[in-house]
Design a protein around this ligand. Sequence first.
Ligand SMILES: Cc1ncc(COP(=O)(O)O)c(C=O)c1O
Length: 394
Amino acid sequence: MKRNNIKQIRSNDNFLVFGSPFIEKPEIDEVVSILNAGWLGTGPKVAQFESDFSKYKRVTFAAAVNSCTAALHLSLLVAGLEDGDEVITTPLTFCATINAIIHSGAKPVLADIDPITMNISPDQVEKKITSKTRAIIPVHFAGRPCDMDALKTIAHKYNLKIIEDCAHAIETVYKGKNAGSFGDFACFSFYVTKNVVTGEGGMVFTKRKEDVDRIKILALHGMSKDAWRRFADDGYKHYAVVECGFKYNMTDIQAAIGIHQLQRVEKYWLRRQTVWNRYNEGLSKVPIVIPGKVESNTRHAYHLYTILIDEKMSGVSRDKFLNLMTEQNIGVGVHYLSIPEHLYYQKSFGWKPEDYPNAMRIGRQTVSLPLSAKLTDKDVRDVIEAVNLCILSK
Ligand SMILES: Cc1ncc(COP(=O)(O)O)c(C=O)c1O
């Protein structure tokens, strides 16, 4: 089939959805059985998911919540941030990282990224430290671990908390240690496009028991611990409201999906690694930039496969390329326009994209290709063929 004299790789009724999750029968069956049983709220499945996920990541204290955004917000509150405190993070992240800082009452401060790893540059972090700095939020971008040795050294030197944004980093390992085990807090996402999904969902890890206890209280209206058991069959229990909390709890329906997804996390990781390697091979002759090599002694989570379309090199603009891929019925993403490109932050903080040149350039050139365990070999071939075609026939 031809359209505008350009070969059509996929037909209109076969659109390849970007980030489509791989949902299988065990989670479908379990959700149905939960619906039949009638306990839909926060209950035993959430407790099991917390336990399974913390075993997988080899950490002790975990609290499931309803998003990574909630996880970040609660971590910042429990870290004890106060109005006017500063938190340093990356300009190449989802807006949720920044918004959580603002909601906690603190002021976000950006430190530019390393252009190859696309992760926050420890040198830039150190330059941004003031007497008001209290915390750093590194984001393990696309699933590639940040330079945690350098960041830990800085945090120690200036007595700062580390809150890891692990939204992309479920399977990430840095020098033998799991992402999420470095910070005082670590926040995960199980949003629909993530490597393990629960629909919406998140998890917080803490180093200290008192922090996880407080997060559980804050996540459910500020009601005393174990409030979710108040309707159990061993008699009504009054609850006490001990803080002014939020409605951030995960439900058993969400947790049931996550429990089964987690059982396949390594199988899915292997599949995405295969897709990643095929993209590397199949795109090696196209004038684009493909992701940097995975550093030795680390494990990449293969959450996002991002290519760079530099108009001078590729002969097509990034935005034109996005449209051409969509016309080929292949869903693509942008992760992310750098944070200072957005009007709200420009107005609130006076940020300018040019002040963070690496994040600005990457944000203007980046395109994420589909990278889900659900992709068939044919889907992967279609993506490679479409990228080649969109660049070479522009
Ligand atoms: C880096 C990063 N941080 C935070 C979030 C927020 O996650 P959630 O949608 O679970 O709130 C996302 C979601 O895409 C993300 O990519």
